[in-house]
Write a protein that binds this ligand. Structure first.
Ligand SMILES: Cc1cc2nc3c(=O)[nH]c(=O)nc-3n(C[C@H](O)[C@H](O)[C@H](O)COP(=O)(O)OP(=O)(O)OC[C@H]3O[C@@H](n4cnc5c(N)ncnc54)[C@H](O)[C@@H]3O)c2cc1C
Length: 461
């Protein structure tokens, strides 16, 4: 692919209609990745190392957050078993170390004819402008902005339930949880029914993993001296699922095994239960039954972010995902790619699209690193082939994980216990390796293991 040639250097930041148009200072091919999550950050890091540092292309990341935390860790943040500061990564530093530019801001639109990505302005807590509305020019654009929880318009969800889409939401839930424990411990009256109850709506991997993790961490918090709470009597976790079994995406054998393990922990499971409304003091089911709960987590249903609904005519599904070809290019514009949760790809010979999973985002990032290099060399791109390594559900420290390994075993196979736990952790290690390389990951792992011995195993504030 021929390199793009562009205009001015010092005067390239042209202001027009309040919108700052920022163009690159070089005549290198401009690659922009929007969204630095499980897939996008791996991609931009590796493109930066491979092309950016060697001045073979101009690589930028547009991201609305300032730090990155791998999303599958969010239930651990919510439960209090993970300290965000030990795992989050500063985008600015990552960009500096790996040869790409970090552009802070939220993509709010696209101009495909002019090849511009539009970003909203950013303001600080006092309302002062941090970055104005801007637009950035691209030659190749990769959209990797993930997914968001969808509440199907259920009344009360926005007001009284918390989703786990961002580290801020997970931390908010954790603060409310600790506050609820402190309140119950210090009040004159006995703990009232429903006061320390948690309802988790949606028993996919997120809700299921959260219920097991919460069971452990709340007991951990109480054990630090909140002795007016009796965990067995006062704490209750209810997992509510509209389908007829929990983790419906897994084979039924695995979902029964998971339900059995959760049952042994005392988690109450309600399947075939549709939620009609969330109230400040609990959840109303379609049957009219009321489940009292002080804390409610909504983890049912995902869809693409709203901005994808109409992104300058790119083809999107009703659930706001961008339709992509096997090369991960959008059918109406071959300069625009999409990957990860926000992409809709039905593999050849399959009926269902790829699942919104970190392993799909990871594989697509690895694929696109090679394919974008081919594109720059003018060579044809190869199609993406997804390898399903199975699905793992972590049930915290008690019962570890049940899993199905499709690809490695050649056919479906159930694994459980230590091996499954290792495999579960290995997905995060692969992500860390893609971002930092083996040396830093090794040192970090040892450092975390050492410091963990001298710290509380649950977050207490
Ligand atoms: C609690 C939980 C547990 C999970 N567990 C597992 C698991 O065990 N295994 C598994 O395979 N998957 C798991 N998943 C799913 C997995 O997290 C996602 O599939 C994966 O993160 C998708 O990667 P992505 O790169 O597409 O998007 P994300 O990782 O969500 O990243 C999207 C990025 O885009 C940014 N962004 C969004 N909108 C904009 C915008 N308009 N402009 C600029 N930036 C934007 C976001 O800030 C974010 O950094 C879990 C998810 C959750 C919530």
């Amino acid at each position: 692919m021929p390199r793009r040639s562009i205009g001015n250097s010092s005067k390239d930041a042209a202001v027009g209609h309040q919108m700052q148009k920022v163009t690159s200072r070089s005549d290198l091919h401009r690659i922009i990745v929007v969204g630095g999550g499980a897939g996008g950050l791996e991609l931009v890091t590796r493109l930066g190392d491979r092309l950016g540092r060697r001045r073979l292309a101009d690589i930028s990341l547009i991201e609305k957050a300032r730090t990155h935390l791998w999303k599958p860790l969010l239930h651990e943040v919510a439960a209090g078993s993970m300290d965000v500061s030990r795992h989050e990564l500063d985008y600015l530093a990552q960009a500096y170390w790996h040869g790409f530019r970090y552009r802070f801001g939220e993509m709010v639109g696209l101009d495909r004819a002019k090849r511009l990505v539009r970003l909203a302005a950013n303001f600080d807590d006092e309302g002062r402008l941090i970055t104005p509305e801007r637009s950035f020019g691209y030659d190749t654009l990769v959209i990797a902005i993930g997914s968001v929880t969808y509440d199907f318009g259920t009344p009360g969800v926005k007001e009284y339930a918390i989703a786990l889409d961002t580290p801020e939401q997970a931390q908010l839930f954790n603060r409310r949880l600790i506050n609820a424990c402190l309140r119950a411990h210090s009040q004159a009256d006995p703990v009232r029914p429903g006061q320390l109850h948690v309802a988790i709506i949606g028993a996919g991997a997120t809700g299921t993993e959260l219920s097991a993790e919460l069971h452990r961490t709340v007991r951990g918090v109480v054990a630090y001296g909140l002795d007016r709470i009796d965990p067995d009597k006062d704490l209750k976790i209810t997992l509510i699922e509209a389908a007829d079994r929990i983790v419906p995406a897994l084979p039924s054998r695995l979902s029964s095994a998971t339900a059995r393990l959760l049952g042994e922990l005392g988690v109450e499971i309600r399947v075939g239960a549709r939620v009609r409304e969330v109230r400040p003091d609990g959840v109303v089911l379609a049957s009219g039954e009321f489940i009292p709960s002080e804390l409610v987590v909504w983890s049912a249903g995902v869809r693409g972010p709203e901005v994808l609904k109409d992104l300058d005519g790119l083809k999107a599904t009703p659930s706001n995902q961008l339709v992509v070809l096997p090369t991960l290019q959008t059918p109406r514009d071959d300069n625009v790619f999409a990957m990860g949760d926000c992409a809709w790809l039905v593999p050849e010979g399959e009926e269902r699209p790829l699942p919104p999973r970190a392993q799909a985002a990871h594989q697509q990032a690895s694929h696109l690193v090679k394919q974008i290099a081919r594109r720059l060399d003018g060579r044809p791109m190869e199609p993406f082939v997804y390898r399903d390594f199975g699905s793992l559900v972590s049930l915290g420290e008690f019962s570890t994980v049940g899993s199905l390994m499709g690809f490695l075993a050649g056919k479906g196979m159930m694994i459980e216990g230590f091996v499954a736990r290792l495999m579960y952790r290995s997905l995060y290690k692969l992500h860390e390796m893609a971002l930092h390389g083996p040396l830093k990951v090794g040192l970090d792992t040892v450092a975390r293991a050492l410091t963990r011995r001298t710290e509380p195993h649950v977050k207490l504030h």
